[in-house]
Design a protein around this ligand. Sequence first.
Ligand code: SF4
Length: 276
Amino acid sequence: MKIKNVCYLPSGRVFLVEVDGFLIECTEMRDVAVDGKMHAEVRQSQDPHVIWKHLVPYEKKWLLTVSTQFGCVHDCLFCDVAQLPFKGNLSQKQIEEQVELLILNTPYVNQCNKVKIGFARMGEPAHNLNNVIGTIINLPMLSSWVNNNFNWLPCFNTILPRKVMGNLTPEEVLNRVIEVKEKNYNGRLHLQISCNSTDETERQRLFGNTEVMTIEDIIKQVNKTNITNRTVTLNFIVMQNVEVSVKKLQKMGLNGDKFTVKLIPLNKTMNGQDNQ
Ligand code: SF4
């Protein structure tokens, strides 16, 4: 694993890393506080000087992301990974080496109440489930040589494709992730399901015509399981003329004890711009 380039952003860094002759990305960022009157000025600003003033201290929160695949098999209209050729899964060791690389290259962070790590830089983690789950379970061990003062919050972000590599069903993926959430992390694992629209035809179009588990089926299945501490998040990127209906979600059985609905802005991507 060799660092080829580092891109500096106001809140952190993107590492471009060569692995087995292919390039992947992993990132380390600080959160930006945007709540309340005190942070009003940063909410509509892209000015780095303003952003720097509102960065959350490392001790409180640190945001990491790692890649799980070389490219991605899917073709989501809003994501730049979709443009890259797919070259297979990363091994558990290669995913863990990214975590170690980020920790080693940020030596001034040795204590943090919430290290939120997303398995969502490049790739759909459901297709590499065993290696991603293995890494999630190993996280406390990975940081123990640096410091034991890291509180990990693994974040499994998925579109829940109907056809999952390794002949798994999306229902099995959901069950496995929820099992690790409850058994290994005492409920403190963040399961985020990419939804984007309550209109299933529109959803499928946004995912580049990938068939995904319907929101109704997701809600039905999660409602049957025991969810503690962290609710399951249904993520909606808010886009013009794309339906997000709370009423529809409620009809499907949306339950506040099990779910959070999150509305997020669309990141600026080349693919997103090309697809308007
Ligand atoms: S959003 Fe996720 S699943 Fe879709 S193309 Fe990007 S990496 Fe793949």
